[in-house]
Design a protein around this ligand. Structure first.
Ligand code: CA
Length: 224
């Protein structure tokens, strides 16, 4: 778990750093907004703690720029200005949480942990392979950023393949997951739906992700 602190007051940064390291986090520190943005864009952080009042680029600007560039790293804003207005401004800019200074270290830790939990749950709901993504909750499917409309059965089929994490799924398991039949109806139902799904996700993109494993079933993976 890597965390970046963007804070211009060395004392506060050191205090935060010590507390977070004790909790088991790996901590990096940037002392102004521009360095903070560069570090955050370079990536690899699971969470950012960003002060609002910073030299160079302020915390709100940092978060706005980060989000504008498509980075979704969770952000907690810290500020001496505890007013509702700043809080709203911070959240509008794309922060996930906001903590007015001074704060109790225990409260910060509780928020950090809760944000981590929320984020890892969300990650678990979104499957991806190569440039194909599938959100299990909303059923939203994209390949190369382009949205793909799937029918209910097609999305159940895709979900079933994703859940196997690259392993081969048999016809029988597909039938049970997609149609909830506990028998093989003996038709070419699975083949028909595999073809439909391929038409939508593989036809205009490469590499092909849905692979036929002769005699065994199908797998969703980048390489045979
Ligand atoms: Ca400051």
């Amino acid at each position: 778990m890597r965390l970046l602190i963007v804070e211009d007051e060395p004392k506060t940064a050191a205090l935060l750093g010590t507390a977070l390291k004790q909790e088991g986090f790996e901590v990096a520190w940037a002392e102004d907004g521009i360095k903070g943005l560069e570090e955050a864009i370079r990536g690899g952080f699971d969470l950012l703690l960003v002060d609002i009042m910073l030299p160079g680029l302020d915390g709100l600007g940092l978060v706005r720029e980060l989000r504008a560039r498509g980075h979704a790293t969770p952000v907690i804003m810290l500020s001496a200005r505890g007013e509702v207005e700043q809080r709203v401004e911070g959240l509008d800019a794309g922060a996930d949480d906001y903590l007015p200074k001074p704060f109790a270290m225990s409260e910060l830790m509780a928020r950090v942990r809760s944000l981590f939990r929320r984020n890892s749950q969300q990650k678990a709901m979104v499957h991806s392979i190569g440039d194909l993504t599938f959100d299990q909750a909303t059923r939203e499917t994209r390949r190369g950023g382009k949205r793909i409309e799937l029918s209910t059965r097609e999305s159940l089929l895709l979900e079933c393949l994703f859940r196997a994490e690259g392993s081969v799924v048999s016809r029988r398991d597909i039938i049970s997951a997609v149609w909830e039949y506990d028998f093989d109806p003996g038709s070419n139902l699975v083949e028909v739906y595999i073809r439909r799904l391929r038409d939508k996700i593989d036809r205009e993109a490469s590499p092909s992700l849905i692979q036929t494993v002769r005699g065994l079933g199908y797998a969703l993976r980048l390489h045979p």
